[in-house]
Design a protein around this ligand. Structure first.
Ligand code: SF4
Ligand code: SF4
Length: 358
């Protein structure tokens, strides 16, 4: 039985591990995380695939609660979201860790975030920490109308996403969840009452594509998650980043467009974005305009009414953002001081996990 815990706890003033919001305690101190579809089963000392959750003596904790890797301010249209509060500005924010390992990821240091999360586990991290209130205050100060959780899969720090979203709504701000949709129904049910928009990738209609970036993920998993968010009443928009030789086939475009029309409606926006070479896909050239417009034509043939082509720019990555300290209050020394968990529950062991005890 999943322990949903109390929805909102008082967020700590100082960095400290937070109990994972969706966890199931099994025998022998083993605990299963139900935030994303990895559903990691972890023993004491083990961390999940995302590296952001750790089992300490039979309880799972989120290491990255409030740990901010990047902040940026821009138009909601850049997420990309075009049919929710157009013309407004959002503050985008991300942490560390992801449920996928995409060969063409543009923000590896953030999305995989292994060294940042290792440092947190060792109590040696100097990453920035902001309470939900501090983050919402920053958004108000910057004059934006919404907050977007992005740069990697937000399910891996859902505890913080929900706490921020609740406060944001109280302050009249909307929230956007930018996702790979390898997310459990339980996580969607937990977030849907508080988060306004889901902007989800549909990366491909080919299971082999997903297998390459996540051995467990299937097209059906992802589509079911997008549909679930839609059925729960979230405003949903979808995006496909077209990668030459990987997902640029006409039949694939047709299948995605048809699925959107049949499941989200003919008015549901589909965003078609250009791939730019990165990481293991550095040898693949950027997507030619013809491929983007071919997908557009097919979507129109299928009957989608709102199809957007981004012929000029790539993904919403965090490579060139300003330092986080530019957006938060406090001196650099305060913001980047060493983060050790403020709780005393782990005793002298601190939060060091087995990996480092060896
Ligand atoms: S959020 Fe992390 S720990 Fe939880 S199931 Fe997903 S990968 Fe595993
Ligand atoms: S491209 Fe997105 S889903 Fe893939 S590893 Fe990077 S952040 Fe995660």
């Amino acid at each position: 039985m999943v322990d949903k815990m109390k929805e909102i706890k008082v967020a700590p003033e100082k960095y400290q591990l937070q109990e994972t919001r969706l966890q199931e305690k099994l025998d022998d101190g083993t605990t299963r995380c139900h935030l994303c579809l990895w559903r990691c089963k972890l023993k004491h000392g083990q961390r999940g695939f995302c590296q952001a959750h750790v089992n300490r003596n039979g309880t799972l904790y989120n290491l990255s609660y409030g740990i901010i890797s990047a902040i940026d301010v821009g138009a909601i249209e850049d997420k990309p979201v075009k049919h929710f509060r157009p013309g407004t500005q959002v503050m985008s924010v991300g942490s560390y860790g992801c449920s996928f390992r995409c060969d063409g990821c543009h923000n590896l240091e953030i999305s995989w975030g292994v060294s940042a999360l290792d440092d947190l586990a060792k109590g040696e991290s100097t990453s920035a920490y902001a309470t939900p209130k501090e983050l919402v205050d920053a958004a108000k100060r910057l004059g934006v109308q919404g907050i977007a959780f992005t740069y990697s899969e937000p399910a891996v720090w859902l505890e913080y996403v929900i706490d921020v979203s609740v406060l944001a709504r109280e302050q009249g701000l909307y929230t956007v969840y930018v996702s790979n949709s390898f997310v459990t129904d339980e996580a969607l049910e937990l977030m849907a009452p508080h988060v306004d928009v889901l902007c989800s990738d549909i990366k491909s209609m080919d299971d082999a594509f997903y297998y390459d970036i996540c051995k467990l993920a299937t097209v059906d998993n992802v589509l079911a998650s997008v549909k679930k968010a839609f059925d729960l009443g979230m405003h949903v928009e979808t995006r496909t980043n077209i990668i030459p030789g990987k997902n640029d086939d006409v039949e694939g475009y047709r299948k995605i467009a048809t699925w959107i029309k049949n499941n989200l409606g003919e008015d549901s926006p589909w965003h078609i974005t250009r791939f730019f070479p990165a990481y293991k896909l550095s040898h693949i050239p950027m997507t030619p305009s013809e491929s983007l417009w071919q997908a557009y034509e097919i979507a129109k043939e299928v009957g989608l009414k709102n199809v957007y082509v981004y012929d000029d720019k790539g993904c919403d990555c965090a490579e060139s953002n300003m330092p986080v300290s530019k957006y938060l209050t406090g001196t650099e020394e305060e913001i980047y001081q060493i983060k050790k968990c403020a709780a005393s529950c782990c005793g002298d062991e601190g939060i060091v996990v087995k990996k480092f005890e060896k």
